[in-house]
Design a protein around this ligand. Structure first.
Ligand code: 6GU
Length: 233
């Protein structure tokens, strides 16, 4: 998958992209991420990207005549069609279902919001998929963009060492249960012991017990996730 990120703060992404699973996926050619500083499309002498809102009010608005040519040029760098995403608290909420939908694309172009937002005509012209990561406000869309990249890349074939790990993740299709508690050595720590059944070696029984624990945890913590489908309907 190719992901192009348009931001005023490309450095925010550098550390994230150079570690762990994301780095491995990039090194192995499963994922390509390109960072573009939108300011390069500000051609006036002050490199202005934003301006005061018409009608007054706080904050600054990202200018349509900077942002649209920037997105159009970047889209033209590759013939593959791209979904254009705009990160904004006013978007539809990112859920695992949305992540699964995005993971089917060959290409994503993510526009990171900042300040008070974009001139509405950016949205009118580009008709982006406006995505929020939840009902709270962050300083800009960069953190949201990393959340999108991180959750989508997990679903790319071969991105995780073990393909099964993503399938059994909480919230993936066909699994709407939280994960059960996990233990490793030592068997006892400060008087706290590992549930006896996990040491029994009876894998059939262990699986049944884990199913029960997932159901129990979901029931107490996130009853909103339980519906008829939990029980195989
Ligand atoms: Cl996408 N951007 C900002 N600035 N804040 C957010 C968000 C996005 N999603 C939730 N809060």
């Amino acid at each position: 998958m190719r992901i192009d990120v348009l931001t005023l703060f490309p450095n925010i992404f550098e550390g994230y992209l150079s570690e762990s699973l994301v780095k491995d996926a990039i090194d192995r050619g499963i994922l390509e991420v390109n960072l573009y500083n939108m300011r390069q499309w500000a051609h006036d002498k002050h490199n202005t990207m934003d301006d005061r809102p018409f009608g007054g009010g706080p904050g600054m608005v990202l200018k349509v005549d900077r942002v649209v040519p920037c997105v159009e040029e970047i889209l033209s760098y590759d013939q593959r069609p791209s979904r254009v995403i705009l990160t904004t608290p006013q978007g539809r909420t990112l859920t695992q279902r949305v992540v699964e939908e995005l993971a089917c694309e060959q290409r994503l172009t993510i526009l990171c919001g900042r300040y008070e937002g974009f001139d509405q005509r950016v949205i009118d012209i580009l008709q982006p998929d406006e995505i929020s990561i939840g009902d709270y406000v962050t300083n800009g869309g960069e953190v949201a963009a990393t959340v999108i990249i991180d959750s989508v890349m997990r679903l790319l074939p071969g991105a995780l060492g073990d393909d099964q790990s993503a399938v059994v993740d909480s919230f993936s299709s066909g699994n709407r249960l939280l994960e059960e508690d996990q233990y490793t050595r030592p068997r006892e720590y400060r008087g706290l012991t590992v549930p006896e059944i996990l040491l029994s070696g009876d894998h059939g029984l262990i699986e049944k017990w884990r199913d029960l624990k997932r159901l129990e945890k979901t029931f107490f913590r996130r009853p909103d996730l339980l519906d008829d489908s939990t029980f195989g309907n």
